[in-house]
Write a protein that binds this ligand. Structure first.
Ligand code: GRG
Length: 299
């Protein structure tokens, strides 16, 4: 994250520490309570603590702050989203999905713990996510319900899971329109709920949620296009997983459809549009630098 100013780097460190210590706290509760379920609790903690950029929880906390909220009121939503993101990665790596052996630089969950344990660890993380928001005493019951409703829609059949359905069922006859629809759902939906949950936790007005959605829609497409490019041109050591898996699986991606240079240009344009949407918020220096980092990322 070299492009960050000193001020933003300090902010990144503070937020990352808050996210990590909160995730550790939630996971310790699980491992301490577990008896016969120790292995599944360990598998959950293994994948959750395996690294990862923590982009989604960072967005939750930052959107809360730029809407004038106290970041502590967004911590459970931020951690819930990272749990759900991790669940999606665990399940996506399973032999019945992408069958990937490495994730975040370590053996994927099913390689380390076995398939059934990985399946259950993913299920349990998904379930825990809703639990930690519903029992968070720092937020009102009304806010908790709004957060959970927003998150549920993002994860469901018309959000991330729906995007995965398109990915698995329609790969043979994928065109640009369907591909972008799939990206919006599979990748964009969780980024959208990240930004919107931050606004909700801050008690922001509806218009802010709409602007947050515009930012996230552009960011989500750019993020996925960069992911496609990295699967072609990336460094396996930095990525923590093998490159070339899209081609090996015969997957159509934006980069394979348009070529790497055109894909890079599209990601740049989408990033500019995302930046424009931030003009509706105050004090967005950190968010802008984070957005630029995502365009230039190598992992
Ligand atoms: C199996 C229910 C189910 C859903 C799978 C989201 C998804 C759908 C699969 C995950 C794999 C994938 C390629 C998702 C697209 C989004 C994406 C690029 C994820 C990687 O996110 P990063 O780069 O990962 O934020 P880290 O490891 O940094 O957290």
């Amino acid at each position: 994250m070299d492009n960050f100013s000193e001020k933003s780097r300090a902010r990144l460190d503070t937020l990352t520490r808050l996210i990590q210590s909160s995730l550790d706290g939630y996971m310790n509760e699980q491992t301490e309570k577990a008896d016969k379920q120790k292995k599944v609790a360990e598998a959950m903690a293994y994948s959750l603590s395996a690294g990862g950029k923590r982009i989604r929880p960072l967005l939750v906390l930052e959107f809360c702050r730029v809407c004038g909220g106290d970041v502590n009121s967004a911590v459970s939503a931020a951690c819930a989203l990272e749990m759900i993101h991790t669940f999606s990665l665990i399940h996506d790596d399973l032999p019945c999905m992408d069958n990937d052996d490495y994730r975040r630089g370590k053996p994927s969950c099913h390689k380390a713990y076995g398939e059934s344990e990985a399946l259950l660890a993913g299920d349990a993380l998904l379930n825990l996510a809703y639990g930690i928001i519903s029992r968070d005493e720092r937020i009102s019951p009304e806010t908790a319900i709004k957060l959970i409703a927003n998150l549920t829609e993002a994860v469901g059949v018309f959000g991330m899971i729906g995007g995965q359905v398109i990915d698995t069922d329609y790969d043979g006859d994928m065109d640009e329109k369907l591909l972008l629809e799939m990206y919006s759902m599979k990748t964009g939906a969780l980024l959208k709920t990240a930004c919107q949950m931050g606004c909700i936790a801050a008690g922001a007005e509806e218009a802010k949620l709409e602007y947050a959605a515009v930012y996230a829609e552009k960011l989500g497409l750019a993020f996925q296009i960069i992911d496609d490019i990295l699967d072609i041109t990336g460094d396996e050591k930095l990525l923590g997983k093998p490159v070339g898996s899209d081609k090996e699986c015969g997957k159509v991606t934006y980069a394979s459809l348009k070529g790497v240079e055109a894909a890079r240009e599209a990601a740049r344009r989408l990033t500019d549009e995302a930046m424009d949407a931030l003009s509706h918020f105050e004090d967005t220096e950190f968010l802008k630098e984070l957005t630029m980092f995502l365009l230039k990322r190598e992992y």
